[in-house]
Design a protein around this ligand. Structure first.
Ligand SMILES: [Zn+2]
Length: 140
């Protein structure tokens, strides 16, 4: 869809994510969020196909999502030393399935919604460096 931000990003019509895409398969694409949007390790998992939410997934999409998430959670926790990975799914920015994955480290003093509400950021350079490490880890 020409008007959807996520579709436009997938087609190279919007800025590429820092460090490029980390993972891609038949149904899913994973990238690091722009540094200004969250702490280091904040990832987006996006559906390749344009649809809104879980209710509109095909059987193949819903079946494969768990496998991809398991792999991402494992590697994100390993590389960021996250105690928890928060998953936030809203689709108010664009009507295209995407989840935010936000690592919460042991050293973070706040948890839950208070943690998510913080005005956190990281540099695009650090995000790109982590994206590279995650890309390598996801190949294993
Ligand atoms: Zn779309």
């Amino acid at each position: 869809m020409d008007t959807c931000f996520v579709c436009r990003k997938h087609n190279g019509l919007e800025s590429a994510p820092p460090g490029g895409y980390i993972y891609e398969d038949e149904h899913w694409m994973v990238c690091h969020a722009p540094g200004k949007l969250g702490p280091l390790g904040t990832l987006f998992i996006e559906s390749k196909r344009h649809f809104l939410d879980y209710a509109e997934m095909t059987n193949e999409e819903s079946a494969s999502l768990g496998d991809v998430m398991r792999k991402i959670y494992h590697n994100l926790k390993l590389l960021t030393e996250a105690e928890r990975v928060y998953q936030v799914t809203m689709m108010d920015g664009a009507p295209h399935f995407q989840s935010w994955l936000v690592p919460r480290r042991v050293t973070d003093t706040e948890k839950g919604m208070k943690f998510l509400a913080r005005d956190d950021s990281c540099s695009d350079e650090d995000a790109a460096a982590l994206a590279e490490k995650l890309r390598e880890a996801m190949k294993k």
